[in-house]
Design a binder for this molecule. Sequence first.
Ligand code: FSX
Ligand code: SF4
Ligand code: F3S
Length: 379
Amino acid sequence: MIETYIDETTEAAATVASRLRIDRREFLQFCAATAATLGLPTGAEAAIAKAVEKAQRPSVIWLHFQECTGCSESLLRAEHPTLEKLILDVISLDYHETLMAAAGHQAEAARKSAMKANKGKYILVVEGAIPVAQDGIFCKIGGHKAIDMLKECAADAAAVIAMGSCASWGGMPSTDPNPTGSSGVADVLGKPVVTIPGCPPNPYNFLATAVHFLTFGKLPEIDQLGRPKFAYGRIIHEHCERRAHFDAGRFALEFGDEGHRKGYCLYKLGCKGPETYANCSTIGFGDVGESNWPVACGHPCIGCSEKGVGFTKPIHMTAQLKGMSPPASYPGVVEQQGKTSFASAAALAAIAGAAAGGAAMLAKNLGKQDDVPAPKKGE
Ligand code: FSX
Ligand code: SF4
Ligand code: F3S
């Protein structure tokens, strides 16, 4: 049984690897990583390898509206293990204004023919918000208003994916006062769609969604905002590499201060990790190396993927803490003899059954800064 499984997986992997001209081991690693990203049980990588091998690639029509093209850039900028090759292998990208060679009437003809040839079967991916103010006049492509083009393409699509925060809920173009009435795809179509928010969104989340469709013939399970649960089920703060500093009350207070240089928690610089649902902290971005995501680079998360947070709350406003356990009950990291630490004080409060006292300790801990000297002038 195990031998058959290994044989089949190896065979499928070898076929795809030679088709993509990548190493078989790299492809198997990709299958295992995608299965893990999707939260699938052990063995699912075999199903993924076989599905990608068969490559009955779904036709994808990719529209661009109000955006910066960062979503497409993030898909194409990965170099290892040739993510863009895999993406372009698992889908048939039949219309994409940035990538296609065709222009003008040729491009329009390509869209119409892809829609006709794959009627009812294609996946519509939308990048960018749709302006609805003044009858949608603020964005036109090939003489068609974005709002009309979206409705026309969505009518015969098997599934609609809103790629990026702009398409998911309006994103950056919808920032107050939103003069063009920038809106998300679901609002314009008046029905739920799969959303992959982020500015830009993580390409692995798109790829994993496409691979899920390819492997199981359906899109992954989504939450009430249309986000795949495998990627947006938990808050960033839960898995952040700086979380121990948060729990210990050690914060960077200014960019470049000692706390910042030591890699302390960025909560006080406005990090929105505690109220943003995304997997940035666990899967990282691009190929620069592990731990490549905003917080790891020293910048607070701005909540770019979270409606009502990114492009809505000021970047350096402190985040609302969601679903907090009482970190003040953890042992302190820097204990000094003869002093009652916040941790032990909180423990005493807990022993006394003073829940309110524990909450006060948490608040106090957030106001604490461990002996970090203020930066000297000129530092
Ligand atoms: Fe840009 Fe995409 Fe941000 Fe928006 O990404 S990276 S402005 S989410 O639509 O191109
Ligand atoms: Fe990480 Fe931000 Fe949470 Fe601090 S507040 S632990 S930097 S996610
Ligand atoms: Fe965006 Fe925050 Fe992730 S800024 S990329 S949601 S860490």
